[in-house]
Design a protein around this ligand. Sequence first.
Ligand code: S3P
Length: 174
Amino acid sequence: MKSNIVLIGFMGVGKSTIGKQLAETLTMDFLDTDILIEERMEMTIPEIFNKYGETHFRNLESELIHTLKVKNTILSAGGGMPCFGENLSKLKQIGMTVYLKISPDKLAERLWVVRKKRPLIAGLNSVKELTNFIESKLKLREKFYDQADKVMDINGKASCEILEDLINFVNNLK
Ligand code: S3P
């Protein structure tokens, strides 16, 4: 089996939180592509967007994913990463991809309070605006996300259930 699991999905779905828990439970390593980019650039994601713009950030994402060598790792991929260039096929080569899927309303609820740290949504002024943004972005992105090896609908699930589903998925791969 492939030795890595790659979590994909919209920002705010909980890839990093659940990814860390999964890694701990399965004694695997955990990596987050946003953090790797921040470390390489010695800048935060908002600083990178502000200084160089989104296109440059997407280039950094592609460069990272095409040079990353990992083993026994849960990798959380930035929300937009699978939707640009050849990144999705690269992510699929790295590991088994799992799309954590949740409704736009739930995403808006989660993202509203942390929006200032997310450059793509920092300037939105209401939950309604945020929900509209998520709906239209998801429409464009789901055709990529849906190509994951496993689509996991996490609507209405507690984090312990999501973790359990992921553990079962990983164990069934063996
Ligand atoms: C982005 C998602 C973020 C981060 C950047 C752009 C996106 O990652 O890469 O702000 O385009 O959806 P998370 O999904 O880890 O929040």
